[in-house]
Ligand binder design. Structure first.
Ligand SMILES: Cc1cc2nc3c(=O)[nH]c(=O)nc-3n(C[C@H](O)[C@H](O)[C@H](O)COP(=O)(O)OP(=O)(O)OC[C@H]3O[C@@H](n4cnc5c(N)ncnc54)[C@H](O)[C@@H]3O)c2cc1C
Length: 459
């Protein structure tokens, strides 16, 4: 049977864009549907605008450091409207760039919402089209808990568009999105209260990393309310009252309230049941949330319907842009390039763009000890004040940690909290992915003076 397309991709985000261009480069006839701005979460309302906000939030602390080096710094002030408008402009420029890259690759863009009619048919806008293969790359969306007053809360989708700078922002969520925005807003000069359900932020990260970031955040003036949940939100004359229950149940008043407690795959209304695509249940693990569904896939990102594939956040494996891109590329190379390969989800490096910044690759101390036993692991750790902070006499600390297999000497994990952690760990991740040993690290000559040299001189 002849189909309209060899491949139809639903969702022009990180995974869909990567897969569609590679499939087209092998000569496949490809179309991609997008119901919003081309670029997806990362470009439009995730990594990119967030990182621009991170950069902006660093300036006040840099101005403070500059005085320690003899600079006289005048009174600095943030023009919020200019700041938000500039970010929006950059995001739209990138979206246009992705449209032209699709065009150059010969991928047809259909700017409409798409749903599955059957395993080879997609309804897109008011058309029905057929395709030999279909790739679902619809990503995920932030969800709010089912609590009274949540209509007054914003999510990470809206935070890039708030019209004036809040004086006090309250944030619920201990994950990387809540933590990053707590640091961004604090850096930009807001009063910030972060409400977390347990003792510590960033569950799943190495315990030393969690402690170090949390201490750093508190040092920067962020109030973290531990072991506490939000029960309701009310609009009052001077903003919002956020009612709490737990260790600290004193209500707080803020003028913005960010919910960052979880994201759910965009599977609702997609017509998966029409095409025989199965779901798996995952859990958001937060109060007021129901468990959620992701598309079930095998290691080739193939769903229960053999001609339909899914990549990225909709499969809820590792929800990061480079992973969505890697899964999308592997799919396209396997299905259209005659180069069948599995994307490796092992040793994926990741960063938390908090203040202090953190980055990590490989096993945490806890997971390594669980796998190899207490005596099976050697831990190397260093904590110091980087040279940059000596003249300004600022109390900023960097921490680095290596997790080493006691039997094979292999480095199983590398973790860092401190300036440029993401930039440094990216290089270390290559060594960890290649299976480097601690002896290989020791045999590497450091770059002096730098913080990164500590990774090759820990004894
Ligand atoms: C605030 C925030 C910060 C983040 N920061 C980072 C970071 O620093 N580093 C990092 O690696 N990752 C980060 N992420 C995660 C990253 O953005 C995602 O992992 C990545 O975008 C997933 O790509 P995807 O292709 O699966 O989906 P997406 O990029 O979400 O793309 C899905 C696209 O599908 C479209 N769509 C949905 N349904 C339909 C439909 N039925 N028809 C047509 N189109 C549809 C959507 O509009 C969207 O454009 C962040 C996420 C958020 C929310």
């Amino acid at each position: 049977m002849a189909y309209d397309y060899d491949l139809f991709v639903i969702g022009a985000g990180s995974g869909g864009l990567a897969a569609s261009k590679i499939a087209a480069s092998y000569g496949a006839k490809v179309a991609i549907a997008e119901s919003d701005l081309v670029g997806g979460t990362c470009v439009i309302r995730g990594c990119v605008p967030k990182k621009l906000m991170v950069y902006a939030s660093h300036f006040p602390s840099l101005f403070e450091s500059a005085t320690g080096y003899g600079w006289q710094v005048g009174k600095a002030q943030l023009d919020w409207e200019k700041f938000i408008t500039s970010i929006d402009k950059e995001v739209r420029r990138l979206s246009q760039l992705h449209i032209s890259l699709l065009d150059k690759a010969g991928v047809e863009l259909i700017p409409s919402h798409a749903t599955l009619v059957d395993e080879h048919t997609v309804k897109v806008g008011d058309r029905k089209v057929t395709a030999d293969k279909i790739l679902i790359a619809v990503g995920g969306e932030a969800v709010k808990p089912d609590l009274p007053g949540m209509e007054h809360a914003i999510t990470s989708r809206e935070i890039f568009h708030i019209q004036s700078q809040p004086k006090h922002i309250a944030i619920i969520g201990a994950g990387y999105i809540g933590t990053e925005f707590a640091c961004i807003m604090r850096g930009l000069g807001c009063e910030v209260t972060q409400i977390i359900r347990k003792e510590q932020i960033l569950r799943g990260f190495d315990a030393d990393i969690r402690t170090q970031i949390q201490e750093g955040m508190v040092n920067h003036g962020i109030r973290i309310i531990q072991n506490t949940v939000v029960t309701s939100v009310e609009k009052v004359e001077n903003g919002l009252t956020i009612n709490l229950s737990g260790e600290d149940s004193e209500p707080i008043t803020a003028d913005a309230f960010l919910v960052a407690t979880g994201r759910t795959p965009n599977v609702e209304g997609l017509g998966l049941e029409n095409a025989g695509v199965d779901l798996v249940t995952t859990s958001l693990e937060a109060p007021g949330y129901k468990s959620t569904n992701a598309i079930a896939v095998n290691e080739y990102s193939q769903t229960s319907q053999p001609n339909i594939f899914a990549v990225g956040d909709v499969t809820d494996r590792i929800n990061l842009t480079p992973v969505a891109i890697g899964e999308g590329r592997s799919f396209a190379n396997s299905e259209f390039g005659g180069n069948r390969r599995v994307f490796s989800h092992e040793n994926v490096a990741t960063a938390v763009f908090s203040q202090p910044e953190a980055a990590t690759v490989g096993l945490t101390e806890e997971s390594a000890k669980k796998q190899l036993g207490e005596d099976g692991v050697i831990i190397y750790r260093t904590r110091f004040r980087p040279m940059f902070y000596t003249l300004p006499n600022q109390e900023e600390k960097t921490m680095m940690k290596l997790i080493v297999d006691a039997n094979t000497n292999k480095v199983l994990g590398a973790h860092m909290v401190g300036d440029y952690a993401a930039e440094i760990i990216q290089g270390v991740a290559i060594a960890v992915k290649m299976g480097a040993t601690k002896k290989d690290f020791d045999a590497t000559v450091g770059i002096h003076p730098s913080s990164a040299e500590e990774f090759v001189s820990m004894r």
